[in-house]
Design a protein around this ligand. Structure first.
Ligand code: CTP
Ligand code: MG
Length: 224
């Protein structure tokens, strides 16, 4: 059973507000992208990686993969306008005989094999996909124009992270069918859900922090 990872790194990083795409902002000695590249390469579960680079950053992406010795990188493709388009570009380079596709945000640099194993185990239970989730620490309310509408049942709500694992043909079909509002989806599970797929949840990982704002970047630098 071959497992392919699609590492999406093509976002602009507008909320971070640096002079370059988020994947190329420095984390330690190297650009942020080096960390997930190295970690996916070291994974016991992942056979090959497709990296989705920001437009015009394909060459630095390939050079960085070489620099960190990421020998599992099979292809580097150019991303699109939305995350969904970037995933689509990456998945297009995954060969048809791949069994599982794991999609991961480069913006979550500290991916670790524990979560990857939990996802793959969940797929073996007959699901179309699996996602890591965390309970919400805060009370959650629905708000409209600054006014509380209702308090939601927190126990039924989860924060969802990446990596997310999918049965390869199911993800391909969901990407083919994604149009309209779905093209703005912030994760791939939403596409598979909309196509009627069953998604399992597994325990997430606090260390899968997503670097979105300058404060997140400071925290990630501290963790490194
Ligand atoms: N992503 C992508 N292609 C896009 C948009 C996002 O590959 N067109 C990737 C990002 O590189 C990131 C992940 O999807 O690894 C999650 O996106 P997000 O955290 O929103 O990153 P950005 O879109 O870069 O940030 P912002 O929304 O602040 O511009
Ligand atoms: Mg974004």
């Amino acid at each position: 059973m071959s497992v392919w990872a699609v590492l999406v790194a093509a976002g602009r990083g507008e909320r971070l507000g640096e002079d370059r795409p988020k994947a190329f902002v420095r984390l330690g000695e190297l650009p942020l992208l080096a960390e997930p590249l190295r970690r996916l390469d070291e994974s016991e579960w992942i056979d090959h990686v497709v990296v989705v680079a920001p437009p015009e950053w394909e060459e630095p992406t390939i050079l960085l993969a070489e620099e960190v010795g990421a020998s599992k990188v099979a292809a580097c493709v150019t991303g699109g306008e939305t995350r969904t388009e970037s995933v689509r570009a990456g998945v297009a380079d995954v060969p048809d005989d791949a069994a599982v596709i794991l999609v991961h945000d480069a913006a979550r640099p500290f991916i670790d094999d524990g979560v990857v194993k939990r996802l793959i185990d969940a797929l073996q239970g007959g699901f179309d996909g699996a996602v890591p989730v965390l309970r919400l620490p805060d009370t959650v309310k629905r708000v409209s124009e600054g006014v509380v509408v209702e308090t939601l049942d927190r126990d039924a709500l989860m924060a969802v992270q990446t990596p997310q694992a999918f049965v390869a043909p199911v993800l391909r079909a969901a990407l083919d069918g994604a149009s309209g509002k779905l093209s703005q989806a912030t994760d791939c599970a939403a596409l598979v859900e909309a196509a009627g797929g069953r998604i399992a949840t597994v325990e997430g990982d606090e260390r899968l922090l997503k670097v979105t704002t300058p404060a997140d970047l400071e925290r990630a630098r501290g963790w490194l």
